[in-house]
Design a binder for this molecule. Structure first.
Ligand SMILES: Nc1nc2c(ncn2[C@@H]2O[C@H](COP(=O)(O)OP(=O)(O)OP(=O)(O)O)[C@@H](O)[C@H]2O)c(=O)[nH]1
Ligand SMILES: [Mg+2]
Length: 453
């Protein structure tokens, strides 16, 4: 059913730009642009039509290009128009106000996408992907959003739902026709099928750990004793001389951030003050900050000067140096290695670097990128990463299926209970793509969008 109200909103970012886009969606869209352009007929669908936009009182606002979309063939399924004007916020405001004067109303955040979802033009996971695509800050995040927008999540949900439905059909046949000539009930068949499905859903839900990495990137802290080459490493990873490097131990006092370039994910590297026993107040304050940074980082690079014995680092830091969460960077590979170092933190992966040369810097970048891939911090291009909302539904579906399997293992008297659990599992799966009647959930979800989407 087409919407009855006509919405208007700027779709491009606020501020000055070459061009700006305004969206109009609903029954008045075509009539509104036709009269604003002083045309006698609606501009041809999906054709760019140039003209002067006149306000209701007849004053020319701007020269614009209008594209109309027919009902049933637009993003939302409604009759719609897109107006491209010059990118001056005053012009955008005047055209939007004129659309309001012509009977449209201002769209709420996310309302266009919500219409597209409610009108069945996309499922809920695709609607969410619109926001993700716009906010993606790295290549990999873009790729993940693009795949979700293309409907990959919906396809997977349909496959899992089909699998659960086929089990449900078997169970219900035994409930409805217990006297009929059905093959003898063998709980092991459906039981193992639903357990396998539950396991698969749990595994997909676990990809949620990568969601934050895709959304906000990851943070690496560079820590270690003074003079080991931490700032040199930061500069190498950032690809520019961001931090001061000096032979004097204790050069870096405050922590310093830089973006690591050339990775498919947004990675922030934090250089910290060297850790040693010091009595100077300022240096101690810097070291406190180093520890705070280390505690909140997703990954730690412990830099050591390999010509020195293993450094004495605070217990608080040592406790954070766990496999999968940290690596040792043995710097100054141009100098002879100290024999005691090989045994120090030997369970952690190691990278040998020489940060005095540009060549060494680019090797260090590649080495760190490989360490991050190995540490499973970065989702591969192939995994479908789910959001917290998706993971929650998938886990509930998995729990319901496990519960169903438990009932089945107790014998045929529990078949009815098992089938109810499978049904609730199917409902939970449906929530991911929005087959659910929950206005409040939708309000919350779309309110996080910007206006114009
Ligand atoms: N020989 C050699 N010297 C290096 C190497 N990398 C860095 N250095 C030198 O080591 C010294 C310390 O480097 P920084 O990067 O400032 O060390 P840091 O760990 O940040 O030191 P603080 O900020 O004082 O804790 C500088 O003189 C660098 O030029 C290397 O691979 N080989
Ligand atoms: Mg430093």
């Amino acid at each position: 059913m087409a919407d009855t109200e006509t919405l208007v909103a700027p779709a491009s970012a606020a501020g000055t730009s070459a061009l700006a886009l305004i969206r109009v969606d609903g029954p008045l869209a075509h009539g509104l642009v036709t009269s604003a352009l002083s045309r006698s007929e609606t501009p041809a669908m999906r054709h760019a039509s140039m003209g002067l936009w006149r306000s209701v009182d007849g004053t020319v606002i701007d020269q614009v290009v209008v594209t109309c979309h027919a009902q049933g063939a637009s993003h939302t399924g409604n009759a719609a128009a897109e107006i491209t004007c010059h990118g001056n916020p005053l012009l955008v405001r005047r055209i939007v106000e004129d659309c309001l004067a012509r009977g449209a109303r201002m769209a709420e955040p996310g309302e266009f996408t919500r219409r597209a979802f409610v009108n069945g033009r996309m499922d809920l996971s695709q609607a969410e992907a619109v926001a993700d695509l716009i906010h993606a800050t790295s290549e990999r995040a873009l790729e993940a959003a693009r795949r979700q927008l293309a409907g990959e999540m919906g396809v997977s949900i349909a496959r899992w739902t089909d699998a659960a439905l086929s089990v449900l059909a078997t169970l219900e046949a035994h409930i409805d026709f217990p006297e009929e000539d059905l093959p003898p009930e063998d709980p092991a068949g459906p039981c193992s099928k639903i357990l396998a499905l539950a396991q698969q859903l749990e595994a997909v839900a676990a990809t949620e750990r990568h969601d934050a990495a895709l959304r906000s990137g990851i943070r690496i802290a560079v820590v270690g004793a003074p003079n080991a080459g931490k700032s040199s490493l930061l500069n190498a990873l950032a690809g520019e001389a961001r931090a001061l490097v000096s032979a004097e131990p204790g050069t870096t006092r405050d922590y310093l951030e830089a973006r690591m370039t050339g990775l498919p994910l947004a990675v922030t590297v934090v250089d910290t003050a060297g850790l040693r026993s010091s009595t100077a107040d300022l240096e101690r304050a810097g070291m406190e900050r180093s520890l705070t940074q280390a505690a909140s980082a997703d990954f730690l690079l412990v830099v050591v000067d390999r010509s020195h014995p293993a450094p004495e680092l605070p217990d608080k830091l040592m406790a954070l140096l766990k496999e999968g969460h940290a690596a040792v960077v043995e710097n100054k590979s141009d100098l002879p290695s100290h024999p005691a170092l090989a045994q120090w933190l030997k369970n952690l992966p190691r990278l040998s670097t020489c940060l005095k040369s540009e060549d060494g810097a680019s090797k260090a970048r590649a080495g760190v990128a490989a360490l991050l891939e190995k540490a499973d911090l970065v989702p591969t291009g192939e995994t479908l990463v789910v959001s917290a909302r998706h993971a929650d539904s998938l886990r509930r579906a998995a729990k319901a299926l496990e519960q169903a399997a438990r009932h089945l293992s107790l014998g045929s008297k529990e078949t009815e209970l098992a089938s109810a659990e499978v049904r609730s599992g199917i409902n939970a799966l449906g929530e991911v793509i929005g087959r659910v009647d929950n206005e409040r959930m939708l309000d919350k979800l779309f309110a996080s969008f910007c206006i114009g989407k």
